[in-house]
Design a protein around this ligand. Structure first.
Ligand code: GLN
Length: 421
């Protein structure tokens, strides 16, 4: 693999190119080992309250991961199709937030882990569902999606789900019908939210679109790509398409991390620590920020409704490979590539992605020039910088003003124009 000067691997796929791992990939070996271990677990029950789901083979088990650079790794039953069910919820939430903004969405639905099962009558004193990741809140979120026409709403949802997955997704009609014929509890939740003044009616239309989004058919590879899109701030790393804004991706990951695993959200945060969402068909989608999207499918569920093997596999993956989002490196990588002095000029070369934290290291290094009597000018070189966040840009600008006010001549060389991007 080639490495760019800033240490970022450059041998990854170009956007739009499908990259599959070779057979001997050590990453595949890791996933295979995790799958084998979790296959030893035999507990759990296949959901049957939606009659069509009861036909699932309890032994089907697949795991897929898509890296932030768009590389895909699949083991086990990776081509097996199953329905999204509750995993659709964060994505429809993302569509609503993208369209209406966070504040308007949250006039209709809360942002609290309700600590209750997915089908609970979970409403606050105003009749507003507390948690957008369980049925009551998700039906309201679906009702908020705007499309110009009631018929167009599901098509809008389907097309955004497809962009997250990077391919056209369709509906499993028999699962959809099976739930539409039996899902009366969800209808009741819809009516309670209508009575609370938060569901955009009519209820039957919202519930039908909700049933359809739950019946969208995917593979674990689709889940991994969808998760990876959230994990890297809203751009599908395989197709290169921006699906939602960086801010919407962050809001969605936040809701997943607090509310994604029904009444096991707290336990999940402790043991796995990766924003995730599970569904009753046996899928779990997990988005490790800045790193990987992971999809797992194994139908037997624990008593909270989470895939038994899926939970075990993700727990292992997180623990063994340091994917817990609160596990921090002891020392963040240095954004300073080199510092050299030529006569009275100090040349500071920076590298990599400069965010607020990195900029804090840079400006503290630049400030030393003010107290160094040998230095009368500073040149900051951005040749090796791949990106500069807004926060970093303003910190850097303020420090340059500071240097100039102190009588140190400061210049920035930026041939690639990262400051303007
Ligand atoms: N369609 C399912 C339902 O509403 C989704 C629930 C789930 O996956 N937890 O009951």
């Amino acid at each position: 693999m080639e490495y760019a000067v800033n240490g970022q691997p450059t041998g990854g796929p170009e956007a739009g190119e499908d990259w599959e791992a070779g057979e001997n990939s050590p990453v595949l070996q890791v996933l295979e080992k995790i799958r084998e271990e979790a296959t030893g677990l035999s507990g759990g029950l296949v959901a049957d309250y939606i009659p069509e789901l009861a036909h699932a083979d309890p032994e089907t088990f697949g795991i897929a991961a898509v890296s932030a650079h768009g590389r895909s790794y699949c083991v086990g039953d990776a081509e097996h199709a199953f329905t999204l069910q509750s995993i659709s919820k964060p994505f429809v939430y993302a569509i609503a937030v993208e369209q209406l903004g966070l504040d308007r969405v949250h006039e209709h639905v809360g942002a609290e882990p309700s600590g209750e099962p997915f089908n609970a009558i979970s409403l606050d004193e105003r009749g507003r569902p507390e948690n957008p990741m369980i049925n009551a809140g998700a039906i309201v979120t679906t009702s908020l999606v705007e499309s110009g026409s009631p018929e167009g709403r599901f098509e809008r949802i389907r097309s955004v789900l497809s962009a997250f997955a990077g391919r056209e997704l369709g509906v499993d009609e028999s699962v959809y019908r099976s739930e539409a014929e039996t899902g009366h509890r969800n209808r009741a939740l819809g009516y309670l939210s209508l009575a609370g003044g938060v569901l955009v009616g009519p209820v039957e239309a919202a519930v039908q679109d909700y049933f359809r989004q739950c019946a969208v058919s995917v593979t674990v590879r689709d889940l991994a790509a969808m998760a990876a899109t959230l994990a890297v701030g809203g751009v599908n790393p395989v197709t290169g398409e921006r699906v939602v804004s960086q801010r919407t991706a962050r809001h969605t990951l936040s809701i997943m991390s607090s509310c994604g695993m029904y009444d096991r959200a707290g336990e999940w945060g402790l043991r796995v620590g990766i924003p995730a969402k599970s569904g009753v068909s046996g899928g779990i989608l997990a988005a490790a920020p800045g790193a990987f999207g992971v999809g797992v499918f194994s139908p037997p569920l624990d008593d909270a409704g989470n895939s038994v093997r899926g939970v075990a596999a993700l727990e292992r993956l997180s623990d063994d490979y340091d994917l817990h989002m609160l596990q921090m490196p002891a020392k963040p990588p240095s954004p300073v590539h080199s510092v050299t002095r030529d006569g009275s000029t100090l040349e500071v070369r920076l590298r990599g992605e400069i965010d607020f934290l990195a900029a804090e290291q840079v400006v503290s290094r630049l400030a030393e020039a003010i107290d160094d009597a040998r230095v009368s000018s500073v040149s900051v070189a951005l040749e090796r910088v791949s990106g500069l966040s807004d926060a970093a840009r303003s910190l850097l600008a303020a420090e340059i003003t500071e240097l100039e006010d102190a009588g140190v001549d400061a210049t920035v060389s930026d041939p690639r124009g990262v400051r303007r991007r």
